[in-house]
Design a binder for this molecule. Structure first.
Ligand SMILES: [Zn+2]
Ligand SMILES: [Zn+2]
Length: 357
């Protein structure tokens, strides 16, 4: 009997084995460290959404109403509805589609792994859909608040900032917090002709920074560990609030908590809102809405810089550097891993056939 049928069986079995390996893009995401992290963190606000993964349109799953509230909170369900059902209806599908478009995810309209992983990430409390659609820059990814508000002081502009005398955290020293914010403000002022200066007078400061827990009087209550990390209001309001329940970190070598959040990254993001930028759909931009725990995202990217310079003009000393370029290494890495699995597959097929012959 010819050895070829056996070879074909081997090859077919190998093909099935490869299909079952977790190296294809959709399966890689199931093994994302974030999913493992979410499983570890009992008080992660949005962890319960994990049971909605792969739920399809027309299905009914307990907890779907909470996901609708999430989408409503961040601007994807336009009409507030206190009686959301657990039914995956058309409104939810259109919310998922808009969310995926807005966050730069594959637009499937489904609660796939990648979408659910993004939804469960800690993020900024500002809505994603507040941007000015009349902007001339509709082909760009950065966005503004309605009406493109900006600070209107005469140029060269100096904005003052102050820390709340009563609402700070005590496990990071005051001088360390001041340095973190100095560096965060300096990133933006290097791009635009706006200076920032710290003042002791909290009540007259343009920008008022403080750490708050739960309901703190502005209609946007914080939610405990992870979930919403911070929010800041559009110009010329100046309120800049951080969730006091987070484990804020200066340096991850010194702060070992799994739920630690990089204070400097969040400070840099919220200053973008203070200046008038809304959320960007560019994943590595500072103005992207989410931030994983134990992750730094401090450097402005081209999208952030172009967005803020369109509002305020360019700082004459601003220089483009390579750090502004967008990081595509993660998507390249994924492609490489997928490609290498196929290379192994074809290598094995050649090997089996040469052994059979
Ligand atoms: Zn934000
Ligand atoms: Zn607030």
């Amino acid at each position: 009997m010819s050895p070829f049928p056996n070879c074909l069986y081997f090859t077919f079995a190998l093909f099935l084995l490869l299909l079952s390996l977790p190296s294809f893009p959709a399966r890689i995401l199931q093994q994302d460290p974030l999913t493992e992290l979410a499983a570890d963190i009992q008080n992660n606000t949005w962890h319960a959404f994990v049971k909605l993964i792969d739920a399809g349109k027309g299905s009914q799953v307990t907890g779907m109403s909470e996901l609708k509230k999430y989408f409503q909170r961040f601007g994807y369900m336009p009409i507030p509805d206190q009686n959301f059902t657990n039914f995956f209806d058309e409104d939810l599908e259109s919310a998922v589609l808009n969310y995926q478009k807005n966050l730069g995810l594959p637009v499937t309209g489904k609660l796939d792994d990648e979408t659910m992983n993004e939804i469960m990430l800690p993020r900024c409390g500002m809505s994603d859909l507040v941007h000015d659609h009349s902007s001339l820059h509709t082909t760009k990814n950065y966005a503004y608040f309605y009406g493109r508000p900006r600070w209107t002081k005469t140029s060269p502009m100096t904005l003052s900032y102050a820390f709340s005398p009563n609402s700070m955290i005590d496990y990071i020293g005051a001088s360390e917090i001041r340095s973190i914010f100095q560096r965060a403000f300096a990133r933006w002022s290097s791009a635009i002709p706006v200076n920032f200066t710290e003042t002791e007078d909290y009540f007259t400061a343009d920008i008022k920074i403080g750490f708050y827990s739960g309901d703190h009087g502005d209609g946007e209550p914080f939610d405990g560990v992870l979930g919403v990390l911070a929010h800041a209001f559009s110009p010329e309001n100046g309120r800049f609030h951080l969730d006091a329940a987070e484990t804020w970190a200066v340096d991850f070598d010194e702060e070992g908590s799994k739920v630690a959040v990089d204070l400097e990254s969040v400070a840099t993001h919220e200053i973008g809102h203070v200046l008038g930028l809304a959320h960007s759909s560019v994943k590595d931009a500072v103005m992207y809405p989410s931030l994983s725990p134990r992750t730094k995202k401090r450097d402005l990217k081209l999208d952030d810089v172009e967005g803020v310079q369109a509002l305020y003009g360019s700082n004459p000393n601003f220089k483009y550097t390579s750090s502004l370029e967008h990081d595509t290494s993660s998507s390249n890495r994924r492609r490489t891993r997928t490609t290498s699995k196929w290379a192994i597959f074809f290598g094995m097929v050649v090997l089996i056939f040469s052994l059979c012959l």
